[in-house]
Design a protein around this ligand. Sequence first.
Ligand code: AMP
Length: 113
Amino acid sequence: MSDCIFCKIIKGEIPSKKVYEDDCVYAFHDINPQAAVHILIVPKTHIESAADITAENSMIVGRVFEAAAKIAKELGLENGFRIVTNVGKYGCQSVKHIHFHLLGGEQLTEKMS
Ligand code: AMP
């Protein structure tokens, strides 16, 4: 999508601090980190949110989690981490291109909302 900020980041039209890329997934540091380590893992295909995952595109979710495991190892998150995806207004999704927050590098709180 031409006006999507994450599509522009994936294409290199907007700079990002890349940590991982393959044919399906692009991952980079969040500009406003909510934890010591805060990475955004973004499928290269423009899908609006987790509410739009179907039998046809659900393979991207597996690819995101494969990437997450690799990134977590590379960044030394052996004590654990959290993966979150926000959906829509109530989920506080601000960028309408599905993405997964990988949070870690410190003890996270039990509260998830
Ligand atoms: P969400 O609120 O779940 O839609 O998450 C969007 C995330 O994108 C937020 O955590 C923002 O800080 C992050 N973000 C927005 N623009 C950029 C950018 N140019 N580079 C890196 N992260 C960004």
